[in-house]
Design a protein around this ligand. Structure first.
Ligand SMILES: [Zn+2]
Length: 178
């Protein structure tokens, strides 16, 4: 049984940069511990990165959230080196949810079906990108266990963090660490 940890958008801009919060800073030790556990067991870890262009303010997201963040290759776009594991897979996504979770693209550009047996999701923000990806994965893989560790997630506010956890519970995502 393959176990996969998806680390959502643990980038500087969401931790202590342009859109950082005290709650995001506070979960960093828990996220690091979680990643280490997966790596030590030999399980799979996939990192996602929110990725925008210089044209961010003209996008739909930018018009609704006019705070420039996660511009590709900027400092705020990086995952801090004490969290990142460069040898793991990284997915750069242009919006909240990644819509190709069921595809695996090899070095030659061949696309094959990607299968997950069990997925755990951690990262930022609970109420935007964590919930988006949890629900996309729920739709693609109705039969697998999907878990979100609340102690390794933070929302835009503590209230919307809690609301997103409740929404995910309703959609049969297992919530631990509350
Ligand atoms: Zn963004």
């Amino acid at each position: 049984m393959k176990k996969t940890l998806i680390v959502v958008d643990m980038q500087k801009d969401f931790i202590d940069g342009a859109l950082g919060t005290g709650e995001a800073v506070a979960i960093v030790p828990n996220v690091k511990k979680k990643i280490s556990e997966y790596i030590e067991r030999g399980d799979q870890v996939i990192f996602t990165r929110d990725t925008h262009s210089e044209d961010y303010l003209n996008t739909h997201e930018g018009k609704n959230l006019p705070v420039v963040h996660c511009v590709k290759n900027s400092e705020g776009w990086q995952i801090p080196s004490d969290i990142d594991v460069p040898t793991c897979e990284h997915i750069d996504k242009g919006t909240f949810g990644w819509d190709m979770w069921d595809a695996e693209i090899d070095r030659d550009g061949h696309i094959s079906y990607r299968n997950f047996d069990e997925v755990e999701i951690v990262g930022l923000c609970t109420d935007i990108c964590v919930v988006s990806n949890a629900l996309i994965l729920r739709a693609y893989y109705p039969e697998i266990e999907i878990t979100v560790d609340a102690s390794c997630c933070a929302g835009v506010t503590p209230e919307t963090h809690k609301a997103a956890l409740d929404t995910m519970k309703c959609c049969q995502i297992k919530i631990i660490g509350e």
